[in-house]
Design a protein around this ligand. Structure first.
Ligand SMILES: Nc1ncnc2c1ncn2[C@@H]1O[C@H](COP(=O)(O)OP(=O)(O)O)[C@@H](O)[C@H]1O
Ligand SMILES: [Mg+2]
Length: 331
């Protein structure tokens, strides 16, 4: 006997039908009903048609669904199953499958876009580097000129390696982490270390950085990664705040959450940029002369989300920006 659901259902169905028939024959016999045979035939036929329709529908839809699923690959992720419209379990299965395809399709498109963006970001500095070197080799030059060429080339390699590092960080933060390497660490300690780094970064612009950190908050996760997430915000605060500005860093416990705030008195973020600043490679519309790759906040967000937290931003143009990072703490 075949192992398919169809044949098993069919056997089960025939056996039940025979049993019912036997039972009814007995009753008809005992009660000695008139038209007993006609009644029996009608009952038998009705049950047969009814049962067969149900079994047929279920198995046909399942076979159809499975054949459609086999046909889906990365090339036709945009296809959907639209010809099963019933509101029963089979319809629900088709629906769930369509939703799964939606999510896969979105993820696949994001990856493709990301690869295109990375290639684009690496192409420009590489092309500049190459033409700088080619022009330098055109004819003999003085040592001073060579030195300038080498300086330019070095600057381009810096851009390249910083973009690459960011891309790798982003890839790390977006793959699900092996929790076995996660540890408990002291958040106030991390913030103290970051405050010191921030003060060093801000010296050149004479920006004052202050910090106020509630002690005794322990967080379970990756200290260096979370440090990186906050550092990216500090880096922005320094970059986008004019000379002599202020930066305030705070850490507080609110309910079962740790709340980190990075506030600056800088340029602020225009309304039109606000909904995009966490996108990969997105750079604000007024950042032309400020170095950056547009990956900082995307990395911060991915790291914070992998720690089950969230980032919010409040900003007023010309007045300043506050990034608010909320992280659940285990108690
Ligand atoms: N503290 C801030 N003040 C003003 N603008 C900011 C601040 N932080 C982020 N931004 C805006 O968000 C954009 C994205 O930030 P980010 O992802 O770190 O990229 P990058 O700093 O390399 O431009 C920036 O280009 C900038 O326009
Ligand atoms: Mg940045």
């Amino acid at each position: 006997m075949s192992n398919s659901l169809k044949s098993r259902l069919f056997v089960w169905y025939i056996v039940s039908l025979l049993l019912i028939a036997l039972f009814v024959i007995l009753i008809v016999h005992v009660l000695a009903l008139k038209n007993g045979v006609l009644f029996l035939t009608l009952l038998f036929l009705t049950l047969a048609v009814f049962g067969f329709t149900i079994i047929y529908k279920i198995t046909k839809s399942l076979t159809y669904l499975s054949s459609r699923m086999k046909m889906i690959s990365s090339k036709n992720l945009d296809e959907r199953i639209l010809d099963i419209q019933s509101s029963d379990e089979i319809g629900e299965l088709a629906n769930s499958f369509n939703q799964l395809l939606d999510r896969l399709h979105q993820a696949f498109k994001r990856e493709q876009q990301f690869i295109a963006d990375v290639a684009h970001e690496l192409k420009t500095p590489l092309a500049t580097l190459r033409s700088t070197l080619e022009i330098a080799l055109n004819r003999k030059r003085s040592p001073d000129e060579y030195q300038n060429v080498i300086k330019d080339a070095l600057a381009e390699t810096h851009t390249l390696s910083s973009t690459l590092k960011n891309v790798l960080d982003l890839a790390w933060s977006e793959t699900p982490q092996e929790q076995k390497n996660a540890k408990f660490f002291n958040l106030a300690e991390l913030m103290e270390e970051l405050l010191e780094t921030a003060q060093k970064m801000a010296i050149g612009k004479e920006i004052t950085v202050s910090g106020k950190f509630e002690k005794g908050i322990k967080l379970y996760g990756f200290k260096d990664k979370l440090g990186r997430a906050v550092l990216n915000m500090i880096d922005n605060a320094v970059k986008y705040t004019p000379n002599l500005g202020l930066i305030e860093m705070t850490l507080k416990k609110e309910k079962a959450k740790a709340v980190v705030k990075i506030h600056d008195t800088g340029l602020g973020i225009p309304e039109r940029d606000l909904s995009h600043i966490f996108d990969r490679f997105y750079r604000g519309t007024s950042t032309d002369k400020i170095f950056g790759s547009g990956l900082g906040l995307a990395i911060s967000k991915a790291i914070v989300v992998s720690h089950h937290g969230e980032i919010k931003v409040k900003s007023r143009l010309g007045q300043g920006t506050t990034f608010i990072l909320t992280l659940p703490i285990e108690s």
